[in-house]
Write a protein that binds this ligand. Structure first.
Ligand code: SAH
Length: 566
């Protein structure tokens, strides 16, 4: 719940504005300001105060308890120009809240936590549990002091870290990425990667407490941190076993299950007859742990629970996953910065390696964190680029493979994913493809069934392209031509147009858009008869209407249906 507090009528209007925008998430606190702030501070996770920053500081000072528990607080000035993240920037979510408030009220967010302002990733914003001297180590990273990066179990897909954080420096200030319990000191931070999988087995009716106690003691005995547990794993037959399901819920991790035949095929150190009879595999805990950690290693072999009374009902074993790299396939949109999606922007900042054509890298260089490696290449060499991206992800890095428009449309996603195995995580971020960017400029040309056809015969024989153009012509599809014409390929577009003309009137509208959303954008709505192909180049798409498409006030409009609208 977000508590809203104001003292003036301008502030009240601001409160009402936020309450309209987020009806289910906010509560307005009326009455004397001191009391209202006190109540909201006790009852809400976040506060927005339409009050002077100084006044809020004085009101909050006696209430502050600690970074982990205090709500995030945003203040907004009387004229609604600034939304200031005052307290709890990361942990309390005030930085994000300031941005959201700014979006609603149309004001500027003011963020002052050092890591956000300088582009260094906040150690507590990586999504992994963090322990130790966060403030001191963050300070050292920001100050450029040498910080040792210690990743004893391999490379992890972390965002780019600044150059003063390296594996080779012998500084006593360190950033350690490990699932092992380490003795905390005031010079180091430990990040807990999601690297452990606990395989569990259990008799029918096993209590959750017994499962959890066993997991706790198995991890503690091996010096492993429960905060690195990424999943529990078991056999399909135990997918509904209440104690196991509840144990996963209480740990806050997913329960993954495997069929008995698959588990039976896994080599384990301690097979036994009991599970073979009960569920059809000689090992549940060890085999499930290994199944959920492909390429990983068994750290703790099977152990049985030690219940207070009666026979042991649970078994557990622990495996460590190989660190999984991350490949984000990111479409940058047609060119304009405001057509790059916020999600794409996030992925670029999350990556430590960018792979793509140099012209695309140029487009987004300013958005990258300092220290991000850029592996650029010129035109061509597509497969090599795809291989590089996958190899980098396989080595454990967070990679963004970038492309213009949508990275899956006549672009790098297919060759990259054709190379990738299931040992990396893959994330796709859609982008505004050229056909859509052009359509928005032309009017509403894609209002009915449409198709994209690339006229590049580099990877596709011309007779295949021709067959598709003919089919589109016969079936009255609106057609957008990508790669329509280059210096060396000049007869394909006229040929394709003549095939369409066999089924469409010469007055059918044709839209030509060059460099959509870029500074040299140029567009024209013409007709099949009047199209001048010499205006078309490789940074152009050509959209040909269907038999119902009309030119309305200079815009290309395809009716939604033949019956609905004439
Ligand atoms: N992945 C890209 C397409 C790559 S194929 C996308 O989704 O948009 C390259 C072709 O896309 C170019 O030859 C051109 O036809 C088209 N194209 C890409 N960007 C364009 C833009 N900004 N304006 C017009 N056409 C564009």
């Amino acid at each position: 719940m977000i508590g809203l507090i104001s003292a003036t009528s301008a502030g009240q209007r601001g409160c009402e504005h936020l309450a309209t925008a987020w009806p289910d998430d906010v509560r307005i606190y009326d009455g004397p300001v001191r009391e209202a702030v006190g109540r909201a501070f006790a009852e809400c996770e976040q506060l927005v105060c339409f009050l002077a920053t100084g006044a809020v500081v004085r009101l909050l000072a006696p209430l502050l308890r600690g970074k982990d528990t205090d709500p995030g607080v945003v203040t907004v000035d009387e004229t609604c120009q600034h939304a200031i993240a005052l307290l709890g920037g990361h942990g309390g979510g005030a930085n994000d809240l300031a941005q959201r408030v700014a979006d609603v009220l149309g004001c500027r967010p003011v963020i002052t936590t050092a890591t956000d302002a300088t582009g260094v990733p906040g150690l507590d914003t990586l999504g992994w549990p963090v322990e130790g001297a966060v403030a001191a180590v963050s300070r050292a990273i920001l100050d450029g002091a040498p910080v040792r990066l210690d990743t004893p179990h391999g490379v992890h897909p972390l965002p780019a870290l600044p150059p003063n954080v390296t594996a080779t420096t012998d500084s006593d200030i360190s950033l350690i990425v490990t699932d092992r319990v380490t003795s905390a000191d005031d010079r180091s931070v430990v990040l807990r990667p999601p690297s452990l999988v606990v395989g569990v087995g259990g008799s029918r009716g096993v209590p959750a407490d017994e499962v959890l106690a066993l997991i706790g003691s198995v991890l503690a005995g091996a010096g492993l941190s429960p905060r690195s547990v990424a999943a529990l794993a078991t056999v399909d037959a135990k997918a509904d076993e209440a104690g196991i399901v509840e144990a996963a819920e209480r740990l806050g991790v997913p329960l993954v299950t495997y069929d008995a035949a698959r588990l039976a095929a896994i080599d384990v150190p301690n097979p036994s007859d009991a599970p073979l009879v009960a569920v059809g595999t000689p090992s549940v805990a060890e085999a499930a742990a290994l199944a959920a950690a492909p390429g990983g290693e068994l750290l703790v072999p099977k152990r049985k629970s030690a219940p207070q009374a009666g026979p042991a009902m649970a078994t557990a074993a622990v495996a460590r996953r190989r660190p999984r790299g991350r490949l984000a396939v990111v479409g940058l949109g047609p060119g304009a910065r405001d057509l790059l999606t916020p999600r794409a922007r996030e992925e670029l900042r999350r990556a430590s390696v960018i792979v793509g054509l140099d012209q695309y890298a140029d487009q987004i260089r300013d958005l990258l964190r300092p220290g991000t490696r850029i592996l650029e290449s010129g035109l061509g060499a597509e497969e090599e680029r795809a291989r590089t991206a996958v190899a980098q992800a396989r080595a454990g890095h967070a990679v963004a493979l970038i492309g213009s428009g949508d990275a899956g449309v006549y672009a790098m996603a297919s060759p990259a994913l054709a190379e990738a195995a299931d040992d990396i995580d893959v994330v796709g971020v859609p982008g505004v493809t050229a056909a859509l960017a052009a359509a928005a400029i032309l009017g509403a040309p894609l209002g009915h069934d449409h198709v994209s056809i690339s006229l590049s015969d580099l990877h596709t024989p011309w007779d295949v392209i021709e067959r598709r153009v003919k089919a589109a012509a016969e079936s009255d599809l609106i057609v957008t031509f990508y790669n329509p014409r280059s210096r060396g390929r000049d007869w394909q577009l006229p040929k394709a147009m003549s095939l369409l003309a066999e089924h469409r009137h010469p007055s059918t509208p044709v839209g030509v858009v060059h460099a959509a959303s870029r500074p040299d954008e140029r567009s024209e709505v013409t007709t099949i008869a009047d199209l001048d192909v010499t205006t078309v180049d490789m940074v152009t798409v050509v959209t040909v209407g269907n038999t119902a498409t009309r030119n309305v006030a200079g815009r290309m409009v395809t009716p939604r249906g033949y019956r609905w609208q004439t």
